[in-house]
Structure formats: C-alpha cells, structure tokens
Design a protein around this ligand. Structure first.
Ligand code: ADP
Ligand code: MG
Length: 444
C-alpha cells in the first residue's frame, strides 16, 4: 500500500464519515523524505484541527508501521500571494539532506563529463521517466556526488510533490543494521519503498555486508516498478565491482550508465574560476587571484578536483593570515608557490607525460590531441619537440615510451627532437630562457 493510501485508511478507521469528508478529503500528498511525510492541508484552521486531534496519534501510527513522522503544511491561498510563493513556503518546510551549493549551475561542463551531465540533467527534468536507474561512475573527486545533489536540488525546485532522499551506501547499511537489531526489518523496507526519489552514493560498498544487498535489491525493484527515480554513483563500472551479485549488476545496467573522465587543464582552470566566483558571492571584498596562479594550481594538481579545491582554500587561508586587513590584495605566482610549498613538494615527484602535454598545449594554444597526431606543421611540431624534451628531462619515461605517447613516434625521432631543442637552446638565448622557465615550472 502506498503511504498516502495508508494514511487515509488510518483516518477512515478513526473518524466518522462526515468528519472524514470534511477534513480528510481536502488533504494532499506533498512528498516524503527519508523520515518525514509532508501533507498539505487547505488552510490554518484545518492545520490546527489536524495538529490538535491527530498530531500525536498519526505520528505514533506511522512510527510503528514505517518509522516515519508526518508534517502538516498549510497551503492557504490567503497566506501567500501567489502559487509560487505557496510552493516556496512548502519547500522551506520540507526537510532534505541535500547540499544546496551543489547545483547544475555550479557544475562546469566539459567533454569528459558531457554525457554524465546530460543524463543527470534529463533525470532531474523527468524523474523516473528517462534513465532509470541512472548510474554514474568515475575516479574520486570528479563530481559524482556534486551531480547527485544537483539532481536532487533541481527536482525540489521543479516540483512541489517530489522530495529526493540522498544517502550514502554506508548510511543505508548502518540503518539496515539498526533496524535489524530492533527486529524491524519490514519497517526498513516499507520506509525505503515509500520514498519519492533515491539518490545513493558510493554503491561499490554494497557488497561488504551480505544481507544488505538482498534488501537493496528488493527496494530497488520496488522503486523502479513504481517509476520512482533512482540515481547511483560509484567509483567503478558495475562490471568491475567485485562480488556484486549478477542480478543487481544486470539491474544497474538497464537504465543509463555514464562515466566522468579526468578533466583537462582548461576545465580545471574553469572549475577554479567557478569556485572563486561562488566565493565572491559570499565574501564581498576578496583577494584578487592572478591567472598565473590558477594556471599553476591547475597544472600542478591534475586529477582530483577536491584536492584542487583544497589547494585553492589553502592558498586563501594563507592569504587570510598574511594579509588580514587587505582583502583586495593581489595574489601572484610567487605567493602561491610559497603558500603551497608543502603540497607541491609531494606532487612534484609526479610530473607525468600527461601534465607536460597539458602544459605545452596551454602555452602554445593547442589541444593535447594535437601533440599526439602525426601532423608536422611547424606550429605543432616545435611544441611537440619541446614536450618530448621536457618528458625526457623530467620523467623516467624511456625514449620509446615518450615516442609512443607523442603520436606513435619512433624512439630515434624522439632522440632527434631532443637534440634539436638542445641545439636551439644553444643558439638562441630567448629560447633557452623560455625552455628553462618551463623546466623550473615543474621542478621548483
Ligand atoms: P566525487 O563524488 O566524484 O568523488 P565530488 O562530487 O565530491 O567528487 O567532487 C569533489 C569536489 O570537486 C566538489 O567540491 C565538487 O563541487 C568539485 N567538482 C568536481 N567536478 C566539478 C565540476 N565539473 N564542476 C564544478 N565543481 C566540480
Ligand atoms: Mg562522492
């Protein structure tokens, strides 16, 4: 039985027919979060009537049968001027465990997250109707949790009737254990089969505790059958989660699957800019951060965006200490290097061909893919040769490895390229300076 029918039935059993007609016919179902059901009543007097006569009793009933409590919300037209206002009042009264700052607006799109973004957006537009379940996976710190909250936040702002529930797989398992301990397994199932939208994070942990995946499977199927939206995030493709039951794996793969790949330098800089812009909304006078600093951060920390944000915060924290009263101070590269020295010392060891290629592409306004083609036009060939030179000098890669990564070149070609850069450096002092500044960028 769905939750609203259950509630109405309860009233029917506890009221005579005229009272039922008078009061209960006019209530509407607003939505259900992890532990609260929201019911709309037409006006303040109706609200009082329910609170006085049933406030406690209905909660006791629901607590027993589903471990939920009820919240009555007045949707009186007089109380607010317009429908939109009514909705925003209801929304304010709704409780949800979503982080408001994670929205589609604050998420930077790029080639590497294009599909995940568009699937997620479509799910927030048509919950339960486009990709169900939606499964998003990627390495850590690339925006899965952000997208999960963005879906939830957008569903809330689009619809007054759906309340998304966000939870991690560990929350889910802990709660299951708790319910089991209290001998209340059926209530656990009832609770989760009555929610509107399930956003579940880090599903790769589901296999750790045997019994939970059984319950999850049941809840999962029930929600899908009711066309309720499920979104799942994971650090792995379902095929790569060890010990995942086959029937669950198959279910995960029946909606939409999208991955997020690591971001290129340009996108990492765009993300930093976005974060700074968001911060400026809160802090009016803030530091001015030069592009060279952003470039430095984004090229030094090239995988995990959480780390990248961490380094930005560290920089700003350091600036706070140093320039306490001078909020409009400009932060330059030298300052950034000083502030981030401890972090960079760690990352310094991990100069890779990828970072070098990104660096060169940025410097010469090329794409990293240009460096990996056979195209030998001077505009591309020289930057590529500089890239090979840096790779030899700064990484442990062999000549053939370097050749392979720069468009499948033979190791003798790499040797030739390095020789050419050496020669140019000897002949042209400007060029020498330039290449040396690249080297010191990575090794300082
Ligand atoms: P994951 O769940 O994949 O480990 P998160 O969603 O927790 O990663 O992201 C880590 C941090 O990086 C968050 O603060 C998030 O806002 C930020 N982030 C990641 N990708 C993007 C993006 N494309 N645009 C804006 N911020 C991003
Ligand atoms: Mg996450």
């Amino acid at each position: 039985m769905d939750i609203f029918t259950d509630i109405k039935k309860y009233f029917q059993e506890n009221l005579d027919e005229p009272s039922y007609q008078k009061w209960v016919e006019s209530i509407s179902y607003i939505g259900c979060s992890a532990d609260i059901v929201f019911l709309g009543v037409p006006n303040a007097s109706s609200l009082n009537w329910f609170k006085n006569n049933f406030g406690k009793r209905i909660n006791e009933h629901l607590k027993q049968s589903r471990n939920l409590s009820v919240r009555f919300v007045s949707i009186d037209e007089d109380e607010c001027e317009s429908i939109t206002e009514t909705r925003s009042i209801i929304k304010k009264k709704m409780e949800s465990n979503l982080q408001k700052k994670y929205t589609f607006d604050s998420f930077v799109q790029s080639d590497s997250n294009r599909i995940a973004y568009s699937f997620a957006y479509s799910v927030s537009e048509f919950p339960g109707k486009s990709y169900n379940p939606l499964y998003i996976f990627s390495d850590v710190g690339l925006g899965k949790t952000h997208l999960l909250h963005a879906i939830g936040n957008r569903i809330i702002s689009n619809s007054k009737s759906l309340i998304p529930v966000y939870l991690t797989t560990s929350d889910f398992m802990n709660e299951y254990v708790e319910f089991t301990r209290m001998n209340k397994r059926p209530e656990f199932i009832k609770k989760y089969t009555s929610i509107d939208v399930l956003l579940i994070d880090d599903i790769q942990y589901i296999t750790r505790w045997g019994g939970t995946s059984e319950q999850f499977y049941y809840i999962f199927n029930s929600l899908i059958q009711q066309e309720k939206q499920i979104v799942i995030c994971s650090d792995k493709h379902p095929d790569n989660i060890p010990d995942l039951e086959n029937r669950i794996r198959t279910r995960f793969e029946m909606g939409g699957i999208a991955d997020i790949l690591p971001y290129d330098l340009e996108t990492r800089i765009a993300i930093l800019k976005k974060k700074i812009k968001e911060r400026k909304k809160i802090i009016k006078t803030d530091f001015i951060i030069l592009d060279e600093v952003l470039y430095f951060l984004a090229s030094t920390i090239n995988d995990n965006i959480r780390k990248l944000e961490g380094s930005l915060n560290r920089l700003l924290g350091y600036a706070d200490l140093k320039f306490a009263d001078k909020k409009d101070t400009t932060l330059n590269l030298a300052f950034a290097k000083e502030a981030l020295k401890p972090i960079i010392d760690i990352t310094k060891k991990t100069v890779t061909i990828d970072t070098i290629q990104e660096f060169i592409a940025e410097k010469f306004s090329l794409k990293t893919t240009d460096l990996k083609t056979k195209n030998n036009s001077p505009k591309i060939a020289l930057p590529r040769q500089i890239g090979m030179y840096l790779a030899k000098k700064l990484t442990k890669s062999s000549l053939s490895e370097i050749g392979y990564r720069f468009g499948g070149k033979h190791h003798t070609t790499v040797l030739h390229s390095i020789g050419k850069i050496d020669k140019l450096m000897n002949e042209d002092s400007d060029f020498l300076k330039k290449v040396n500044s690249y080297v010191s960028f990575f090794s300082e």
